[in-house]
Design a protein around this ligand. Structure first.
Ligand code: GLU
Length: 441
Protein backbone atom coordinates (compact mmCIF):
# COMPACT_ATOMS: atom_id res chain seq x y z
CA UNK A 1 0.00 0.00 0.00
CA UNK A 2 1.35 3.41 -0.97
CA UNK A 3 1.14 5.89 1.88
CA UNK A 4 2.56 9.40 1.80
CA UNK A 5 2.35 12.33 4.12
CA UNK A 6 2.60 16.09 4.04
CA UNK A 7 4.18 17.14 7.32
CA UNK A 8 4.12 20.88 7.87
CA UNK A 9 5.04 22.49 11.17
CA UNK A 10 2.18 24.80 12.13
CA UNK A 11 4.49 27.73 12.74
CA UNK A 12 3.34 29.83 9.80
CA UNK A 13 1.29 29.82 6.62
CA UNK A 14 2.22 27.35 3.93
CA UNK A 15 3.89 28.79 0.83
CA UNK A 16 4.71 27.63 -2.69
CA UNK A 17 7.75 25.72 -1.44
CA UNK A 18 5.62 23.70 0.99
CA UNK A 19 2.97 23.24 -1.63
CA UNK A 20 5.44 21.61 -3.96
CA UNK A 21 6.14 19.01 -1.27
CA UNK A 22 2.46 18.56 -0.48
CA UNK A 23 1.50 18.18 -4.11
CA UNK A 24 4.16 15.59 -4.95
CA UNK A 25 3.19 13.46 -1.98
CA UNK A 26 -0.48 13.87 -2.75
CA UNK A 27 -0.07 12.89 -6.41
CA UNK A 28 2.03 9.83 -5.59
CA UNK A 29 -0.59 8.57 -3.14
CA UNK A 30 -3.52 9.24 -5.43
CA UNK A 31 -1.86 7.79 -8.51
CA UNK A 32 -1.24 4.55 -6.64
CA UNK A 33 -4.71 4.50 -5.11
CA UNK A 34 -3.00 4.87 -1.74
CA UNK A 35 -3.41 7.07 1.27
CA UNK A 36 -2.33 10.68 1.90
CA UNK A 37 -1.80 11.76 5.50
CA UNK A 38 -1.76 15.33 6.72
CA UNK A 39 0.73 15.16 9.57
CA UNK A 40 0.99 18.17 11.80
CA UNK A 41 4.56 18.40 13.13
CA UNK A 42 3.71 20.26 16.32
CA UNK A 43 6.19 19.00 18.89
CA UNK A 44 7.36 22.56 19.50
CA UNK A 45 4.65 23.91 21.83
CA UNK A 46 5.97 27.45 21.74
CA UNK A 47 6.11 27.96 18.00
CA UNK A 48 3.15 25.78 16.98
CA UNK A 49 -0.13 27.66 16.75
CA UNK A 50 -3.64 26.31 16.32
CA UNK A 51 -4.49 29.12 13.93
CA UNK A 52 -1.81 27.82 11.56
CA UNK A 53 -3.19 24.29 11.78
CA UNK A 54 -6.56 25.67 10.70
CA UNK A 55 -4.94 27.79 8.00
CA UNK A 56 -3.01 24.83 6.58
CA UNK A 57 -6.23 22.81 6.32
CA UNK A 58 -8.06 25.71 4.76
CA UNK A 59 -5.32 26.25 2.17
CA UNK A 60 -5.14 22.57 1.22
CA UNK A 61 -8.92 22.44 0.94
CA UNK A 62 -8.95 25.50 -1.32
CA UNK A 63 -6.36 23.77 -3.48
CA UNK A 64 -8.44 20.60 -3.61
CA UNK A 65 -5.73 18.46 -2.00
CA UNK A 66 -7.81 16.29 0.30
CA UNK A 67 -6.16 14.22 2.98
CA UNK A 68 -7.35 10.82 4.18
CA UNK A 69 -6.51 11.48 7.81
CA UNK A 70 -4.81 13.95 10.10
CA UNK A 71 -2.13 12.95 12.58
CA UNK A 72 -0.70 15.25 15.20
CA UNK A 73 2.71 14.71 16.69
CA UNK A 74 1.72 16.46 19.92
CA UNK A 75 -0.71 13.60 20.55
CA UNK A 76 1.93 10.90 20.07
CA UNK A 77 4.53 11.90 22.61
CA UNK A 78 4.37 8.57 24.44
CA UNK A 79 5.21 6.78 21.17
CA UNK A 80 8.34 8.89 20.85
CA UNK A 81 9.27 8.24 24.48
CA UNK A 82 8.92 4.49 23.84
CA UNK A 83 11.18 4.73 20.79
CA UNK A 84 13.70 6.73 22.81
CA UNK A 85 13.71 3.96 25.45
CA UNK A 86 14.27 1.36 22.77
CA UNK A 87 17.22 3.28 21.31
CA UNK A 88 18.63 3.70 24.83
CA UNK A 89 18.35 -0.03 25.49
CA UNK A 90 20.08 -0.75 22.22
CA UNK A 91 22.97 1.55 23.14
CA UNK A 92 22.16 3.98 20.35
CA UNK A 93 21.09 6.91 22.52
CA UNK A 94 23.33 8.97 24.78
CA UNK A 95 23.05 12.00 26.95
CA UNK A 96 25.23 15.01 26.20
CA UNK A 97 25.59 18.24 28.10
CA UNK A 98 27.26 20.88 25.95
CA UNK A 99 25.57 24.25 25.93
CA UNK A 100 24.86 25.87 22.55
CA UNK A 101 27.79 28.23 23.17
CA UNK A 102 30.16 25.35 23.86
CA UNK A 103 29.00 23.56 20.73
CA UNK A 104 29.51 26.69 18.72
CA UNK A 105 33.04 27.04 20.03
CA UNK A 106 33.82 23.43 19.13
CA UNK A 107 32.54 23.98 15.62
CA UNK A 108 34.62 27.10 15.19
CA UNK A 109 37.77 25.32 16.36
CA UNK A 110 37.15 22.43 13.97
CA UNK A 111 36.57 24.79 11.07
CA UNK A 112 39.76 26.68 11.92
CA UNK A 113 41.68 23.43 11.76
CA UNK A 114 40.08 22.67 8.41
CA UNK A 115 37.98 19.86 9.87
CA UNK A 116 34.27 19.30 9.26
CA UNK A 117 32.20 20.64 12.18
CA UNK A 118 31.00 17.27 13.43
CA UNK A 119 30.12 16.72 17.10
CA UNK A 120 33.14 15.06 18.74
CA UNK A 121 31.17 12.72 21.02
CA UNK A 122 32.95 14.06 24.08
CA UNK A 123 29.87 13.09 26.13
CA UNK A 124 30.58 9.41 25.53
CA UNK A 125 33.75 9.72 27.61
CA UNK A 126 32.05 11.15 30.69
CA UNK A 127 31.90 9.02 33.83
CA UNK A 128 28.59 8.48 35.60
CA UNK A 129 29.62 10.88 38.34
CA UNK A 130 30.51 13.58 35.81
CA UNK A 131 27.18 13.08 34.06
CA UNK A 132 25.28 13.35 37.35
CA UNK A 133 27.05 16.59 38.15
CA UNK A 134 26.42 18.09 34.70
CA UNK A 135 22.79 16.97 34.72
CA UNK A 136 22.24 18.66 38.06
CA UNK A 137 24.02 21.79 36.89
CA UNK A 138 22.51 22.34 33.43
CA UNK A 139 20.44 19.34 32.28
CA UNK A 140 21.26 17.15 29.35
CA UNK A 141 20.01 16.45 25.85
CA UNK A 142 19.91 13.18 23.98
CA UNK A 143 21.73 12.22 20.81
CA UNK A 144 21.40 9.27 18.50
CA UNK A 145 24.66 7.36 18.15
CA UNK A 146 25.31 7.04 14.45
CA UNK A 147 27.05 3.96 13.17
CA UNK A 148 30.07 5.33 11.31
CA UNK A 149 29.45 3.56 8.02
CA UNK A 150 28.27 4.74 4.65
CA UNK A 151 24.53 5.30 4.39
CA UNK A 152 23.16 4.59 0.97
CA UNK A 153 19.81 4.88 -0.70
CA UNK A 154 18.35 5.16 -4.14
CA UNK A 155 16.70 8.55 -4.21
CA UNK A 156 13.59 8.88 -6.37
CA UNK A 157 14.87 12.15 -7.81
CA UNK A 158 18.57 12.44 -6.97
CA UNK A 159 19.48 8.86 -7.85
CA UNK A 160 22.05 6.83 -5.90
CA UNK A 161 23.03 8.59 -2.67
CA UNK A 162 25.88 7.75 -0.37
CA UNK A 163 26.70 9.69 2.77
CA UNK A 164 29.50 8.91 5.20
CA UNK A 165 27.88 8.86 8.64
CA UNK A 166 31.18 10.03 10.14
CA UNK A 167 30.70 13.34 8.34
CA UNK A 168 27.44 13.99 10.20
CA UNK A 169 26.94 14.94 13.85
CA UNK A 170 24.97 12.51 15.99
CA UNK A 171 21.54 14.13 15.80
CA UNK A 172 19.97 15.55 18.92
CA UNK A 173 16.59 13.86 19.32
CA UNK A 174 15.45 15.15 22.69
CA UNK A 175 16.26 18.61 23.94
CA UNK A 176 17.34 19.58 27.43
CA UNK A 177 13.78 20.65 28.28
CA UNK A 178 12.45 17.26 27.21
CA UNK A 179 11.07 18.43 23.89
CA UNK A 180 11.15 15.69 21.28
CA UNK A 181 12.69 16.94 18.07
CA UNK A 182 11.37 16.43 14.59
CA UNK A 183 13.94 13.83 13.55
CA UNK A 184 12.83 11.29 16.15
CA UNK A 185 9.12 12.05 15.84
CA UNK A 186 9.24 11.82 12.07
CA UNK A 187 11.02 8.47 12.06
CA UNK A 188 8.58 6.96 14.55
CA UNK A 189 5.59 8.29 12.61
CA UNK A 190 6.85 7.17 9.22
CA UNK A 191 7.36 3.67 10.62
CA UNK A 192 4.15 3.36 12.60
CA UNK A 193 1.96 5.00 9.98
CA UNK A 194 3.29 2.76 7.24
CA UNK A 195 4.60 5.66 5.17
CA UNK A 196 6.01 4.10 2.01
CA UNK A 197 7.19 7.20 0.11
CA UNK A 198 8.67 10.38 1.50
CA UNK A 199 9.12 13.32 -0.83
CA UNK A 200 10.62 16.43 0.69
CA UNK A 201 12.99 19.26 -0.07
CA UNK A 202 16.65 18.61 -0.72
CA UNK A 203 17.45 20.50 2.50
CA UNK A 204 16.50 17.21 4.19
CA UNK A 205 19.07 14.99 2.46
CA UNK A 206 21.39 14.79 5.50
CA UNK A 207 18.40 14.18 7.78
CA UNK A 208 17.48 11.29 5.58
CA UNK A 209 20.86 9.67 6.09
CA UNK A 210 20.49 9.79 9.86
CA UNK A 211 16.83 8.80 9.73
CA UNK A 212 17.64 5.67 7.74
CA UNK A 213 19.98 4.54 10.50
CA UNK A 214 17.40 5.36 13.14
CA UNK A 215 14.68 3.41 11.34
CA UNK A 216 17.00 0.45 11.02
CA UNK A 217 17.99 0.70 14.68
CA UNK A 218 14.31 0.56 15.59
CA UNK A 219 13.84 -2.54 13.46
CA UNK A 220 11.96 -0.87 10.61
CA UNK A 221 12.51 -0.61 6.87
CA UNK A 222 13.28 2.75 5.30
CA UNK A 223 10.60 4.19 3.01
CA UNK A 224 11.40 5.31 -0.54
CA UNK A 225 12.90 8.76 -0.35
CA UNK A 226 12.88 11.43 -3.01
CA UNK A 227 14.27 14.92 -2.52
CA UNK A 228 13.07 17.66 -4.79
CA UNK A 229 15.18 20.70 -5.54
CA UNK A 230 14.41 23.94 -3.77
CA UNK A 231 12.62 26.73 -5.57
CA UNK A 232 14.57 29.85 -6.44
CA UNK A 233 13.43 33.20 -7.77
CA UNK A 234 13.45 33.91 -11.52
CA UNK A 235 17.15 34.96 -11.44
CA UNK A 236 18.14 31.90 -9.44
CA UNK A 237 18.18 33.89 -6.20
CA UNK A 238 17.24 32.13 -2.96
CA UNK A 239 13.54 32.31 -2.19
CA UNK A 240 13.87 31.59 1.49
CA UNK A 241 13.41 35.23 2.53
CA UNK A 242 10.62 35.87 0.06
CA UNK A 243 8.65 32.71 0.80
CA UNK A 244 6.75 34.65 3.45
CA UNK A 245 5.21 36.71 0.66
CA UNK A 246 4.49 33.64 -1.43
CA UNK A 247 2.03 32.08 0.97
CA UNK A 248 -0.89 30.21 -0.52
CA UNK A 249 -3.28 32.66 1.05
CA UNK A 250 -1.52 35.67 -0.45
CA UNK A 251 -1.69 34.07 -3.87
CA UNK A 252 -5.37 33.31 -3.36
CA UNK A 253 -6.02 36.94 -2.32
CA UNK A 254 -4.22 38.06 -5.49
CA UNK A 255 -6.69 36.06 -7.56
CA UNK A 256 -4.46 33.11 -8.47
CA UNK A 257 -6.57 30.10 -9.45
CA UNK A 258 -5.81 26.88 -7.55
CA UNK A 259 -5.53 24.79 -10.70
CA UNK A 260 -3.16 27.34 -12.25
CA UNK A 261 -0.90 27.02 -9.22
CA UNK A 262 -1.14 23.23 -9.12
CA UNK A 263 -0.60 22.88 -12.87
CA UNK A 264 2.53 24.96 -12.64
CA UNK A 265 3.98 23.22 -9.60
CA UNK A 266 3.21 19.74 -10.91
CA UNK A 267 5.57 20.34 -13.82
CA UNK A 268 8.05 23.04 -12.83
CA UNK A 269 11.53 21.52 -12.52
CA UNK A 270 10.61 18.47 -14.58
CA UNK A 271 11.46 17.65 -18.14
CA UNK A 272 7.82 18.15 -19.16
CA UNK A 273 6.35 21.55 -20.05
CA UNK A 274 3.84 23.25 -17.79
CA UNK A 275 0.38 22.43 -19.08
CA UNK A 276 -2.80 23.92 -17.76
CA UNK A 277 -5.01 21.23 -16.25
CA UNK A 278 -8.60 21.71 -15.21
CA UNK A 279 -8.72 19.23 -12.36
CA UNK A 280 -6.51 17.47 -9.86
CA UNK A 281 -7.48 14.14 -11.52
CA UNK A 282 -5.83 15.25 -14.76
CA UNK A 283 -2.67 16.18 -12.85
CA UNK A 284 -2.55 12.74 -11.29
CA UNK A 285 -2.53 11.10 -14.70
CA UNK A 286 0.34 13.18 -16.03
CA UNK A 287 2.55 13.05 -12.94
CA UNK A 288 5.82 11.17 -12.82
CA UNK A 289 8.35 11.95 -10.08
CA UNK A 290 11.22 10.47 -12.09
CA UNK A 291 10.84 13.32 -14.60
CA UNK A 292 12.11 15.83 -12.02
CA UNK A 293 15.70 16.96 -11.86
CA UNK A 294 18.07 17.86 -9.06
CA UNK A 295 18.87 21.38 -10.29
CA UNK A 296 17.32 24.32 -8.42
CA UNK A 297 13.94 25.14 -9.89
CA UNK A 298 13.15 28.68 -10.96
CA UNK A 299 9.78 29.93 -9.87
CA UNK A 300 8.29 33.18 -11.11
CA UNK A 301 5.08 34.20 -9.40
CA UNK A 302 4.25 36.37 -12.42
CA UNK A 303 3.79 33.22 -14.52
CA UNK A 304 0.69 32.43 -12.49
CA UNK A 305 -1.30 35.41 -13.76
CA UNK A 306 -1.59 34.39 -17.42
CA UNK A 307 -2.20 30.78 -16.37
CA UNK A 308 -5.00 31.85 -14.02
CA UNK A 309 -6.53 34.06 -16.70
CA UNK A 310 -6.41 31.26 -19.26
CA UNK A 311 -8.02 28.92 -16.81
CA UNK A 312 -10.87 31.36 -16.14
CA UNK A 313 -11.42 31.93 -19.87
CA UNK A 314 -12.13 28.24 -20.29
CA UNK A 315 -14.59 27.87 -17.40
CA UNK A 316 -18.27 27.21 -18.08
CA UNK A 317 -20.79 29.49 -16.38
CA UNK A 318 -21.62 26.84 -13.75
CA UNK A 319 -18.03 26.94 -12.52
CA UNK A 320 -18.28 30.65 -11.70
CA UNK A 321 -21.93 30.74 -10.65
CA UNK A 322 -20.96 31.50 -7.07
CA UNK A 323 -18.81 34.45 -8.08
CA UNK A 324 -21.49 35.76 -10.44
CA UNK A 325 -24.07 35.53 -7.67
CA UNK A 326 -21.72 37.20 -5.18
CA UNK A 327 -21.21 40.08 -7.63
CA UNK A 328 -24.98 40.61 -7.62
CA UNK A 329 -25.62 39.43 -11.17
CA UNK A 330 -29.22 38.22 -11.46
CA UNK A 331 -29.48 34.58 -12.43
CA UNK A 332 -31.22 35.40 -15.69
CA UNK A 333 -28.26 37.54 -16.80
CA UNK A 334 -25.47 35.21 -15.71
CA UNK A 335 -25.07 33.06 -18.81
CA UNK A 336 -25.08 36.01 -21.21
CA UNK A 337 -22.75 38.00 -18.96
CA UNK A 338 -20.23 35.20 -18.71
CA UNK A 339 -20.17 34.40 -22.40
CA UNK A 340 -19.51 38.06 -23.25
CA UNK A 341 -17.11 38.88 -20.42
CA UNK A 342 -15.12 35.76 -19.67
CA UNK A 343 -12.31 36.34 -22.16
CA UNK A 344 -11.81 39.71 -20.51
CA UNK A 345 -11.21 38.73 -16.92
CA UNK A 346 -7.77 38.22 -15.42
CA UNK A 347 -9.04 37.18 -12.00
CA UNK A 348 -12.43 36.48 -10.46
CA UNK A 349 -12.38 39.97 -8.94
CA UNK A 350 -12.86 41.32 -12.47
CA UNK A 351 -16.32 39.77 -12.56
CA UNK A 352 -17.66 42.31 -10.07
CA UNK A 353 -15.78 45.12 -11.84
CA UNK A 354 -17.41 44.38 -15.17
CA UNK A 355 -20.81 43.99 -13.57
CA UNK A 356 -20.45 47.35 -11.91
CA UNK A 357 -19.76 48.94 -15.29
CA UNK A 358 -22.80 47.24 -16.79
CA UNK A 359 -25.19 47.85 -13.94
CA UNK A 360 -24.15 51.36 -12.86
CA UNK A 361 -22.69 52.71 -16.07
CA UNK A 362 -19.03 53.23 -16.88
CA UNK A 363 -17.06 56.26 -15.89
CA UNK A 364 -16.22 57.27 -19.46
CA UNK A 365 -12.62 58.01 -20.28
CA UNK A 366 -11.63 60.36 -23.03
CA UNK A 367 -8.40 62.08 -23.91
CA UNK A 368 -8.65 65.88 -24.18
CA UNK A 369 -8.70 65.75 -27.98
CA UNK A 370 -11.61 63.29 -27.89
CA UNK A 371 -13.63 64.97 -25.12
CA UNK A 372 -15.92 66.99 -27.35
CA UNK A 373 -16.43 64.12 -29.76
CA UNK A 374 -17.34 61.76 -26.92
CA UNK A 375 -19.69 64.28 -25.27
CA UNK A 376 -21.55 64.70 -28.56
CA UNK A 377 -21.66 60.94 -29.15
CA UNK A 378 -23.03 60.32 -25.67
CA UNK A 379 -25.73 62.90 -26.30
CA UNK A 380 -26.79 60.76 -29.28
CA UNK A 381 -26.92 57.54 -27.24
CA UNK A 382 -30.49 56.43 -26.47
CA UNK A 383 -31.12 55.06 -22.96
CA UNK A 384 -30.93 51.28 -22.37
CA UNK A 385 -32.15 48.61 -22.94
CA UNK A 386 -30.15 47.98 -26.08
CA UNK A 387 -30.70 45.39 -28.76
CA UNK A 388 -28.16 43.49 -30.84
CA UNK A 389 -28.05 46.32 -33.38
CA UNK A 390 -27.56 49.14 -30.88
CA UNK A 391 -23.79 49.42 -31.32
CA UNK A 392 -23.96 49.42 -35.13
CA UNK A 393 -26.76 51.98 -35.15
CA UNK A 394 -25.17 54.31 -32.67
CA UNK A 395 -21.66 54.22 -34.12
CA UNK A 396 -23.20 54.60 -37.61
CA UNK A 397 -25.01 57.75 -36.58
CA UNK A 398 -21.93 59.13 -34.80
CA UNK A 399 -19.82 58.40 -37.87
CA UNK A 400 -22.13 60.44 -40.11
CA UNK A 401 -22.27 63.30 -37.65
CA UNK A 402 -18.54 63.47 -36.86
CA UNK A 403 -16.96 62.25 -40.07
CA UNK A 404 -14.67 59.99 -38.00
CA UNK A 405 -14.06 56.40 -38.95
CA UNK A 406 -12.06 53.29 -37.98
CA UNK A 407 -10.09 53.39 -34.75
CA UNK A 408 -10.65 57.16 -34.39
CA UNK A 409 -14.34 56.47 -34.23
CA UNK A 410 -14.58 53.19 -32.36
CA UNK A 411 -11.88 53.45 -29.71
CA UNK A 412 -13.19 56.57 -27.94
CA UNK A 413 -16.72 55.12 -28.03
CA UNK A 414 -15.59 51.82 -26.58
CA UNK A 415 -13.78 53.71 -23.82
CA UNK A 416 -16.88 55.80 -23.22
CA UNK A 417 -19.09 52.76 -22.65
CA UNK A 418 -16.65 50.51 -20.82
CA UNK A 419 -14.10 52.83 -19.26
CA UNK A 420 -11.35 50.76 -20.88
CA UNK A 421 -9.41 50.57 -24.11
CA UNK A 422 -9.86 46.83 -24.45
CA UNK A 423 -12.75 44.57 -23.74
CA UNK A 424 -15.51 42.44 -25.16
CA UNK A 425 -17.29 42.67 -28.50
CA UNK A 426 -19.30 45.89 -28.15
CA UNK A 427 -22.29 44.55 -30.09
CA UNK A 428 -22.60 41.83 -27.43
CA UNK A 429 -21.74 44.17 -24.59
CA UNK A 430 -24.39 46.81 -25.17
CA UNK A 431 -27.39 44.49 -24.71
CA UNK A 432 -26.04 43.69 -21.22
CA UNK A 433 -25.89 47.37 -20.19
CA UNK A 434 -28.42 48.30 -17.53
CA UNK A 435 -27.34 51.91 -17.26
CA UNK A 436 -25.88 54.46 -19.67
CA UNK A 437 -22.36 55.71 -19.00
CA UNK A 438 -21.97 58.43 -16.44
CA UNK A 439 -21.45 61.93 -17.76
CA UNK A 440 -17.95 62.64 -18.97
CA UNK A 441 -15.98 63.82 -15.94
N1 GLU B 1 8.04 19.24 9.50
C1 GLU B 1 9.13 18.96 8.62
C2 GLU B 1 9.38 20.16 7.72
O1 GLU B 1 8.46 20.92 7.48
C3 GLU B 1 8.83 17.75 7.80
C4 GLU B 1 9.95 17.25 6.97
C5 GLU B 1 9.66 15.89 6.42
O2 GLU B 1 8.91 15.80 5.45
O3 GLU B 1 10.16 14.90 6.98
O4 GLU B 1 10.49 20.39 7.31
Amino acid sequence: MTTTRFAPSPTGYIHVGNLRTALFNYLIARKAGGSFILRIDDTDPERSKEEYVDAIKEDLTWLGLHWDRVERQSERLERYAAAADELREKGRFYEAFETPTELDLKRKKQLNMGKPPVYDRAALKLSDAEKDALRAERGGHWRFLLDHARIEWEDGILGAQSIDAASVSDPVLIRGDGQVLYTLASVVDDMEMGVSHVVRGSDHVTNTATQIQMIEALGGAAPNFAHHSLLTGPQGESLSKRLGTLSIRDLRAKGVEPMALLSQLARLGSSDPVELRGSVEELIEGFDITRFGAAPTKFDVADLDPLSARLLHGLPVEAVAEDLGAAGIPEGDQAAFWSVIRENVETRADIARWWQVLSEGAQPEASPEDAEFVAEALAMLPPPPYGAEAWAEWTGAVKVKSGRKGKQLFMPLRKALTGRARGPEMADFMPLMKAPPKPLG
